[in-house]
Design a protein around this ligand. Sequence first.
Ligand code: AMP
Ligand code: MN
Ligand code: MN
Ligand code: MN
Length: 275
Amino acid sequence: MKIDLHTHTTCSDGQLTPQELVMRAQQMQVDMLAITDHDNIDGLPLAREAIEQFNAKVRLINGVEISTKWHGFEIHILGLNFDENNQKLIEVLDVQKQKRIQRAHKITQKLAFLGIDELYEKCLSKASGIVSRVHVAAVLVDEGICKDLQQAFTQFLGAKKRAYVSPDWIDMADAINVIRGAKGHAVLAHPFHYDMKSKWIRKLLTAFAAASGDATEVMHPNISPTKRDLIVNLAKELGLRASVGSDFHAPTRWTELGRKLVLPADMTPVWQAWT
Ligand code: AMP
Ligand code: MN
Ligand code: MN
Ligand code: MN
């Protein structure tokens, strides 16, 4: 069975529409797919319609990737298989969406201060769901200020760079609570993407488990065996389940849906109890 529980669409910073993503999942023979856009769930009904329309075999799991804060770090928490009509979840995502608009405004103010003017409206119109730093980066490329997205991040938008704005996301524990309140499972996304030493990774997983988090991602493409062992051992010690996802944003030479995502033996999958 091919499973991918971490993917993005044009509803956040992905390059395929929800319809295109579903078709690609079908093409790649993915059996179970979660769409986990940043801080919004707008893509879910669109993907579901497409599955029906094309009679696709892929099973769609409700998903979202919530940006949260914990000890000054920005931690991404996936919500999976929740009730998408849960009012509290909808409210929280709406607040996150507004925070993203405010952040985009502050970022473009910083850019204006550097002499790069009038980008705010352009950034908002680039975004079809929530506004991401990727949209700001794309506008910087369009305007000929940066040669590619990577340069936009290293020069302006990355942590501590010249137009960086420290976001004020929901607390990690509160996000976990909201996901569980909506009858979903909370999953720690890409534990090695936070620029943390292993001592802090242990602290993070411990806090995540103490806050009733359910599972951690243990497999994403290209994770080293050493890192995988570290996270697998920690997860077992803390009683966390495992999840697998590609964090797909666009088809490239290196990124594909459902590729190289094997659950390590003797780990309980987060999807075990999903009927
Ligand atoms: P945001 O959630 O708006 O802060 O935007 C973060 C998103 O930007 C991540 O989810 C990645 O998809 C993307 N990203 C982060 N760092 C880079 C980078 N150096 N180059 C290109 N995209 C990046
Ligand atoms: Mn992203
Ligand atoms: Mn992420
Ligand atoms: Mn992601």
